[in-house]
Design a protein around this ligand. Structure first.
Ligand SMILES: O=C(O)CCC(=O)C(=O)O
Length: 267
């Protein structure tokens, strides 16, 4: 049960939006100050990533996927244990869900349209069958998204379709890619299979979009994990320990390999 901003009815409506469209949006959910704090901490990390391994262009031209370290300000219970977000997510992927990803996607000037894709491979590729939702991305931008800085585009109600069927709907115009205009503080919860793409950022400012992954407890994505420093682990709440239970606990973040392993991303 949430003790957040929304009533039970409003939360149920968000879950219904999600089930119908493959995503739902919580407007003005985080404070502008919180988002500013994250952005200020994020920009140096993006610069280090670009310096060290930017040549890999891991999400296409001038577009970068960067894992966020599980330390302040990103290891923030007011974000990853947010009552409303957890309520919606639990009602979709189960009370025993896990948090498996804390990262960011950032297009810069020179980025391009990505191919239309899903973020997960089919669970049963030998069949033409898609299951109910098993993996969620909770996305929130660290700047206001505008037409100019590369809005995320998604085709509504493609999350439960085999990819080829979804693509056909888009090709024939029966489904349309829509720009999701999120302001700093807005949050989108989406099924990672909803067909989507990144669009070009034509401005001089990066457009970081954070992603927190929550998934069914049995899902294993070797491309993502959250390394939890031992000292941080000791401070986690009971709910935090439960959510993060399958992630590695490490002595210190200085000792872990920081190279991004999540390179193949479009399924
Ligand atoms: O950042 C975006 O707008 C979309 C990025 C994306 O879909 C991806 O890299 O898989």
């Amino acid at each position: 049960m949430s003790n957040g901003r929304y009533t039970e009815n409003e939360l149920n409506a968000l879950v219904e939006d999600f089930k119908r469209d493959g995503f739902c949006v919580l407007r003005a959910h985080f404070s502008k100050d919180k988002i500013r704090e994250w952005r200020e901490a994020f920009m140096p990390l993006l610069n280090v990533h670009i310096e060290r391994e930017g040549h890999k262009q891991n999400r296409g031209s001038m577009r970068y996927y960067v894992t966020l370290p599980f330390e302040a300000p990103f290891a923030d219970t007011s974000v990853y244990e947010d009552a409303d977000i957890l309520h919606v997510c639990e009602n979709i992927v189960g009370r025993d869900m896990v948090m498996c990803q804390l990262a960011s996607d950032t297009p810069l000037k020179g980025s391009d349209y990505q191919e239309i894709h899903s973020d997960a491979m089919p669970l049963f590729p030998e069949t033409n069958f898609e299951t109910p939702t098993f993996q969620l991305a909770v996305n929130f931008p660290l700047v206001d998204v505008t037409e100019a800085n590369g809005p995320f585009e998604v085709a509504r109600a493609t999350h439960l379709l085999p990819k080829a069927e979804g693509l056909k709907l888009i090709e024939t115009g029966a489904a349309k890619l829509e720009s999701i205009m999120l302001a700093a503080g807005d949050v989108m919860i989406r099924d990672v299979r909803g067909l989507h793409r990144g669009t070009p950022n034509k401005t001089d400012e990066p457009r970081p979009m954070c992603v927190i992954g929550y998934s069914r407890r049995w899902l294993y994505r070797p491309e993502v994990n959250i390394r939890i420093p031992r000292a941080m682990y000791e401070t986690l709440s009971e709910r935090g320990r439960q959510l993060l239970r399958f992630n590695p606990v490490v002595a210190s973040l200085d000792e872990v390999e920081n190279e991004e392993v999540y390179q193949a991303f479009a399924f």
